[in-house]
Design a protein around this ligand. Sequence first.
Ligand SMILES: [Mn+2]
Length: 371
Amino acid sequence: MYFTPDVRVCALLAEARDVVIVTHIYPDGDAFGSQVALAEALESRGARVRVWNCHAPPERLKFLDAGGRVRIIRPEDVPCLPDCELLVALDTSELARLGDLGAFVTRSAAVKVVIDHHIPPPRHGFDAAWAEERAGATGLLVFDLIDALGLAPSPAAATALFAAIASDTGWFAFSNTTARELSAAARLVERGASPADLYRHINGGSSIQRTALLGQVLASVRQELDGRFVWSLITRRQMTDKGIAYEELDGIIDELKNIRHALIVALIVELGDGKWKVSLRGPLHVDVNLIARRFGGGGHAKAAGYRVSASGVEAVLADLRPELRRAIDGPPPAEEPPRHGKEPKPCSTRSRKACSPRSARPSSRRKSSKR
Ligand SMILES: [Mn+2]
């Protein structure tokens, strides 16, 4: 075990018979793989598990859900969704990041828990939380949780968890890769995950249209602030011309990070209806989470993002540039702006029988995490 699961979260998952697992909009490998693995583990001990998402995962990740557990919920389905006993949110602790399912979570009478590795620690609207910012992936926490429940991941669950950890650590190349992530990966390989097959499926599964779009993104890359800010753009038109869905864009920004001297990397995506998604990466020391939070977004120190309404890409950049200069040149902001939404609700103290994690290995600290 790499982290010690929160005792209440663990106890709730040990006992629940009827579970719904949700995650953030546009689920990535970590979110989707964690959901699939946790669902399978809980089902193996007899629980009824439903996995609900607002969006399909990228095409190349769909094979992880060979059992077809994950159901895509349309906005019109949300008011009719039946309630459950325990609701688990993975890889995000913010209701706003749950998209249309946020409304279901809000109205649900279920006990609500969150398991996440993002900043900030979760509080909004959940009864119990296990947040571990040092974890390179939520998948690592789910692996620990499965262990703490006395269960063992099946080959399919091990595959999903390996994909989760590999996705969020950039195949063990990002700064959030530590001995924990590598050791967990080794154990998952022993349990049936095949790194070469997974790499081929996930990274070798790009369509020719996506590869051509990647070429356009790379060809139109721009530098500002003496090369310390690097950015590129994907327009709505480019996506519709090539028939590419938003979820297929995952990973494209990472191709921009290797440009020498880049301190902040941005990929600006036109979502349509005047809305824009800005993904940020800080390959070196700049904390891009602080920048994203200025615009109501968030993430990790080295990978974050936000959405804005703007008249055009120039307007997006005009708002962003002062924050970039401040992040690169100025002192760190003394205080963060108020978060969107309500005041944090303290976790309830409803008592439950604790499940005692069998062992906890002391873990080395890491300064920053990714995604
Ligand atoms: Mn994650």
